[in-house]
Design a protein around this ligand. Structure first.
Ligand code: GLV
Ligand code: MN
Ligand code: MN
Length: 397
């Protein structure tokens, strides 16, 4: 079994749901701790030095990042994340981390000596599945998400991130933006499974990323009045579930009207009893599209139609990766396609912060992601490692 496939096998049972076959790997849980320990162990076995930044992102360095930074030639970082959405696939995130470790192992075995330090990163809480904000690890690292706001975010059980960190045995006293860790990154390359079908019908197992669509998450809260499902006449009801239903259909219509996509994939119903009219309902809207102005028209359209005000939980503007870097990596990889994506990534957050960043995508024959049906063939995972090795040799050589 090859390096990347073996590494993915090693963590295949961590956080796997027996019911769905998908993964439930949420930030600062026992599953997350297992994955972080695995990452540390694998990196140390490669002779890398693992350090954490003020947020808890893990960086496994080959070479001295501070000496390089002081010399004005900061390091090359590759990596991704190990957390998942609820019932997510096994590749979104872990493929990037495992491929990075496999690429470093290959470079070591080949006798490569990096001219500048090289690191593998594991970003914490990329999906935002537990606390609601995607890419929380890189957003706090860069200051895009203030530490006090992040620490006060609550999970579905009402636990704050600060409480979750403490429960995971971590101090929150120095949690926050980390300019020192950022200054160590000269270039960041994130390899990721493709989350659509662009490559599936081509002969290419790998592509280079060009851009990420603007995307955001908004919360709609609807208040009602709890009452008995059998004894309350229809005319007497204040049922907020009807507004949620209106939100769901209106979101689809607004998205279609503006050439975007919109999803209500998460709801909270209080008290959530089959024989009780709800007292309150919350729906979370995820909206994205190629045209930023169009994306930003969706929520005002919904607010006007529903007569309510949404709360913006996070928004990421249109992100274009360094076009010269994307072009040069595509040329280095013998002219692989350069494609955009509607999925968010830590590479996008770093790029928006001014870090020279790039992405490699590995073909996904199902085109499905955020689902157990997400897939990548072993041979394509290998091709991804080959591509990453070529890129790292070039960038760190
Ligand atoms: C992360 O995968 C996202 O695009 O939401
Ligand atoms: Mn994802
Ligand atoms: Mn991802």
């Amino acid at each position: 079994m090859s390096g990347v496939v073996r590494l993915l096998e090693e963590i295949a049972e961590v956080g796997r749901s027996r019911e769905s076959g998908g993964y439930r790997r949420f930030a600062w849980t026992a599953e997350d701790a297992t994955l972080r320990a695995w990452f540390r162990g694998e990196a140390e076995a490669l002779g890398l030095e693992v350090v954490e930044d003020r947020v808890g992102n893990q960086w496994a360095w080959w070479g001295d990042p501070d000496a390089a930074r002081a010399a004005g030639d900061p390091g090359v970082v590759t990596g991704s994340h190990l957390d998942s959405v609820p019932d997510g696939g096994g590749y979104d995130g872990p493929l990037g981390v495992a491929s990075s470790l496999a690429a470093v192992a290959r470079l070591r075995a080949d006798g490569f000596t990096p001219a500048r330090p090289l690191a593998v990163a594991n970003f914490v809480d990329e999906e935002g599945a537990r606390f609601g904000i995607a890419c929380a690890g890189s957003r706090v690292l860069t200051g895009a998400l203030p530490a006090d706001r992040a620490l006060s975010l609550r999970d579905g059980d009402g636990l704050t991130m600060a409480e979750a960190l403490r429960a995971a045995g971590r101090s929150t006293s120095s949690y926050g933006r980390d300019d020192e860790a950022l200054a160590r990154i000269g270039t960041f390359v994130e390899l990721h499974v493709e989350q659509g079908r662009w490559l599936a019908d081509t002969e290419h197992p790998v592509a280079v990323g060009s851009s990420i669509w603007p995307h955001g998450r908004w919360r709609f809260d609807f208040e009602g009045e709890a009452n008995h499902a059998g004894t309350t006449r229809l005319a007497d009801r204040h049922d907020p579930m009807l507004q949620l239903a209106a939100l769901i259909t209106a979101a689809r219509e607004e998205a279609a009207a503006h050439g975007c996509v919109a999803t209500v994939g998460k709801v909270r119903v209080l008290p959530n009893g089959v024989n009780a009219i709800p007292s309150a309902v919350t729906g979370w809207l995820d909206a994205r599209g190629a045209d930023e102005a169009a994306v930003l028209r969706i929520v005002p359209g919904l607010e006007a139609r529903l007569g309510t005000t949404a709360v913006e939980e996070s928004y990421t503007a249109d992100t274009a990766f360094d076009p010269d870097l994307a072009r040069s990596l595509a040329a280095l990889l013998d002219g692989v396609p350069v494609i955009g994506t509607g999925a968010g990534h830590d590479a996008g957050v770093l790029s928006s912060h001014g870090v020279r960043s790039a992405m490699l995508f590995v073909r996904n024959p199902t085109g499905v992601s955020h689902s157990p049906l997400e897939h990548a063939e072993d041979a394509d995972c290998e091709a991804g490692v080959d591509a990453l090795v070529t890129v790292l040799r070039d960038l760190a050589g």
